[in-house]
Ligand binder design. Structure first.
Ligand code: FAD
Length: 440
């Protein structure tokens, strides 16, 4: 018989339970359907997706197979391919977002109509969403620490074997990848399982050692930068967690647990991107298009905020500490709606996804799972602590290159002639008062 494996965000051949299950049949159709409904959201992610699909195709061809690419409604196209090839089963990784779950349900209905079996598999997280649940019958954990305790004790599934040989049904045309969209970040990482595995090997052989001490240091850039590969499934989260556990890198494994945490939240709250988890935390947000645009452009006049926002556009990625600072600045200092922050990050982030982007934004805005929702972040204090010498700011804000040391964080304190010579804005009108930065 034949089976279809529908790839979504599991773009890899290693530890791919859906692919491995399909390979139990003697003919396999590895399929990806480009969904026009998702096409225009982010040039960065479109490009990363394109590179990841090209790499996946390469890896499948090495095993005798290929990647079949179709364009259109994923449900209709998948059913069409299954019927054309006489496949009796469709294999798919179970997902959590509202959009993905609706797609899953539609596919299940169509499969039933056409008497095709649909099998859902794990693979997008280390521990499957919903596999650990709070006592007392709740659907998901809303607070991280108890989730982390339960997660740490949960058994891990065994990794799925990488198929050695894949045989396609006869007469399938592979189809085409789309042309690359314009407007991607100039220094974005390259997509695909091949660069992903290279990066993971480097990370686990060296840098992971220093993670616990270095992960908050902005200029040191001492985090793994594996997030885009996890987002697209170029890496198996389980394989990454196993590699980290074997190095006793608990602090790093804990971050992977944060990722799983937001997945199990998103599974239960499909409107995570638009509705507050904790309605009491939603405020009367200010409408200030001008301040919002300055924030987007990295021109708020607060160097640490501007550096983060420019890293985002330059690389399609931002250091976690900078994400926290820029998100808190938008919501807690400018008082602007977190949903607008979600949308801007989603436009640029290679790792942008609903659970982690919206979940973290809600946490920072105080509408989410934070156990201290009223905490405020003083951006200057953050800057002096995590970019003590100003190296990160000078890296991303060239206008300030000439200012040495920590003084770069408060250009408004420079002597007047020096300040006037800078091609850099003063702090936003609505927050000109320096006391705003030093309150708290
Ligand atoms: P590392 O520090 O090396 O961590 C390893 C892995 O753990 C990451 O790759 C990621 O998969 C996971 N991880 C780390 N921190 C978190 C966290 N706070 N929440 C969830 N998972 C985490 N992460 C995304 O993957 N996608 C997003 O869209 C996203 N949006 C964010 C928005 C805001 C406002 C904030 C504050 C954080 C956001 N994060 C998001 C979380 C975090 O910033 C990134 O995962 C991290 O910076 C990725 O870099 P890294 O791979 O070097 O991380």
């Amino acid at each position: 018989g034949a089976a279809v494996v529908l790839f979504t965000r599991d773009l890899r051949v290693h530890d791919n339970p859906a692919l491995a299950a399909a390979c139990a049949e003697d003919r396999v159709v590895p399929l990806y359907v480009l969904d026009p409904g998702l096409a225009d959201i982010s040039p960065n992610r479109s490009r990363f997706l394109h590179q990841s699909l090209a790499d996946l195709g390469e890896r499948l061809r090495k095993r005798g197979g290929d990647l079949i690419v179709r364009n259109g409604d994923p449900v209709a196209e998948t059913i069409r391919v299954a019927r054309d090839t006489g496949a009796g089963t469709i294999h798919l990784a179970a997902d959590v977002s509202g959009y993905a779950r609706r797609r899953e349900r539609r596919l299940a209905d169509e499969c039933e109509r056409h008497r095709i079996a649909l099998e859902l598999h794990p693979g997008l997280t280390v521990v499957a969403p919903g596999a650990v649940r709070p006592g007392g019958g709740g659907d998901c954990y809303k607070v991280f620490s108890p989730y982390h305790r339960a997660w740490s004790k949960a058994p891990w599934r065994s990794a799925a074997p990488t198929p050695e040989r894949i045989t396609l049904p006869d007469g399938l045309s592979p189809g085409h990848l789309p042309t690359l969209p314009a407007g991607a970040s100039p220094h974005a990482a390259e997509g695909g399982e091949t660069p992903a595995r290279r990066r993971l090997a480097m990370w686990t052989s060296n840098d992971i050692e220093g993670y616990e001490d270095a992960h908050n240091d902005l200029p040191g850039d001492g985090t793994s930068r594996l997030s885009p590969y996890l987002r697209w499934g170029c890496l198996s989260p389980l394989a990454v967690a196993e590699a980290a556990r074997s190095r006793d890198a608990d602090a790093f494994v804990r971050q992977l647990c944060w990722r799983d945490f937001y997945y199990q939240v998103a599974r239960v709250f499909p409107k995570l991107s638009t509705e507050p988890l904790r309605p009491a935390g939603d405020r009367d947000w200010r409408h200030d298009e001008d301040a919002l645009q300055h924030w987007r452009d990295g021109l708020t006049g607060v160097p640490i905020v501007d550096a983060g926002m420019r890293q985002l556009r330059d690389e399609g990625w931002m250091h976690n500490r900078a994400r926290l600072i820029t998100a808190a600045f938008l919501t807690k200092h400018l008082g602007i709606d977190w949903r607008l922050g979600v949308a801007w990050f989603f436009r640029w982030l290679l790792d942008g996804d609903v659970p982690n982007n919206s979940g973290n934004w809600q946490w920072t805005a105080g509408t989410g799972n934070d156990t201290r929702p009223y905490r405020r972040f003083n951006p200057i204090r953050q800057a002096l602590r995590f970019d003590a010498e100003g190296v990160y700011v000078r890296r991303y804000v060239p206008e300030l290159k000439g200012i040495d040391g920590a003084a770069v964080h408060q250009p408004w304190r420079l002597p007047e002639p020096e300040r006037r010579g800078l091609d850099y804005p003063g702090p936003l009108e609505s927050h000109r008062d320096e006391a705003v930065w030093l309150r708290d």
